[in-house]
Design a protein around this ligand. Structure first.
Ligand code: IMP
Length: 177
């Protein structure tokens, strides 16, 4: 099905399952090349990044660790970006090679607010991988080290991303019609 309804909105298919996986395998290969022998720690930001983190990690053929954390920042279709707290970050990041795993960078506010908390722990390096990036929505410029897809400034769901709680289980990524 190429057009679907979630709550009150219609969405059309934008990225197929195949296209997403192909790109993730490329990202995994690129990251593996950069981190061979470095045993990086991936910090995946819940809820949205769970599918991306899982597939990316699966195809990463180097020694690496992963943990999942939760930030409070988004309601409905509007990003507030006001990171209240992070839950689940028990690891000591001192001297570690850290890679943040995000589903989407929209305004950049979420990471802009959260990164100083990580920098404070003095990791050896800190990079960001995001599956999706909306360049036109940028309000807080960030250095994104690995980007899956640059996409237009339109609301998307699927592959972990939701609209008011629904749509996360879609294998493809859909765009608001
Ligand atoms: P930012 O703080 O504006 O960069 O937004 C980051 C967070 O907002 C992401 O981790 C998502 O959870 C959410 N978000 C931003 N754009 C979308 C979208 O198009 N669909 C679903 N969630 C989104």
């Amino acid at each position: 099905m190429s057009v679907i309804k979630v709550h009150d909105k219609s969405f059309e298919i934008y990225l197929s399952e195949e296209t997403i996986l192909l790109r993730i395998k490329e990202l995994a290969a690129e990251i593996a090349k950069d981190y061979t022998g470095k045993r990086p720690l991936f910090i995946a930001i819940l809820n949205g990044s769970f599918m991306f983190a899982s597939d990316l990690f699966k195809y990463l053929n180097i020694e690496a660790e992963i943990c999942f954390i939760k930030l409070a920042s988004y309601k409905g279709m509007k990003s507030s970006g006001n990171v209240v707290t992070s839950i689940g970050l028990d690891d000591d990041l001192f001297d570690k090679e850290v890679v943040i795993v995000e589903d989407i960078v929209d305004t950049g506010k979420t990471l802009h607010n959260f990164l100083p908390k990580l920098v404070h722990q003095q990791p050896k390096s800190l990079k960001i991988v995001t599956l999706l990036h909306k360049p036109e929505a940028t309000e807080y410029p960030l250095q994104l080290d690995y980007v899956g897809f640059d996409i237009p400034n339109k609301f998307v769901i699927g592959y972990g991303l939701d609209y008011d709680g629904l749509g996360r289980n879609l294998k493809e990524i859909y765009q608001l019609v």
